[in-house]
Design a protein around this ligand. Sequence first.
Ligand code: ADP
Length: 261
Amino acid sequence: SRMMKSEPLELSPRRSAGVSFAASLSYNGIRHHFGSKQVLNGIDLVAEPGGILCLLGPSGSGKTTLLRIAAGIERQTDGRLYLNEQEIAGPDVFLPPEQRGVGLMFQDYALFPHMTLAENVAFGLTGLSSRAQKEAAGTALERVGLSARASQYPHMLSGGEQQRVALARALAPRPSVLLMDEPFSGLDSRLKDTVRSDTLQILRETRATAIVVTHDAEEAMRMADRIALLRDGRLVQVGTAGDLYRRPADLFAAGFFSELN
Ligand code: ADP
């Protein structure tokens, strides 16, 4: 297909703290509490460059907090966070979100209704000339197969197409790590499979490092290179889908995958 043959995106002139596309992100002894409530209890975990890491676990297990710590929206109580070799958050260091070069895509990926798709995608591209913004937005829309519709408005698109625009918007600044929180939860089940496989293909083609939060074991199995299974702020098991499915670390892990076949 056309998308398979296209060249990798040019690196944006805007680099974040010297980090290039597809970085590794490492959590090192991360603890976090809200008031007296301990929600992360010593997390050691690496998102490999260009890989898709799924954070899987039941509601309240700490997945979103781990994502927010990576984004710099939340500062961990203890432990260190590294982007490649660079410490970006720790007891003495805190790089603000806009300097981390991480992209965010949350479940409420709402597009601005009064802006065209191109304008929506260009919106987050600060620090670029308007010409460079247009180019980057155009490239990102092409990447998700929607460049012909750049001047249309969100309401003219299906839910799945809107989700692809949101992905284009997240990828346009060339984030070193893309963080996705339950990215498909807003889609009906009929659409979900298609959008998910489209997203997977786009992530592969852009060679993005991605951390994807989900509570759905099947979704993690389909998407992840590696799955980190969480329970009550602790890692139960980290491994490939095959590892977790065939050799679950404990009854909790086994239970999580037991409904799958
Ligand atoms: P998950 O994404 O796995 O559902 P979260 O990371 O959202 O889990 O939440 C982990 C725990 O932290 C939950 O018990 C949640 O209630 C609590 N929590 C999350 N954010 C806050 C906050 N801002 N203040 C207090 N408690 C919070």
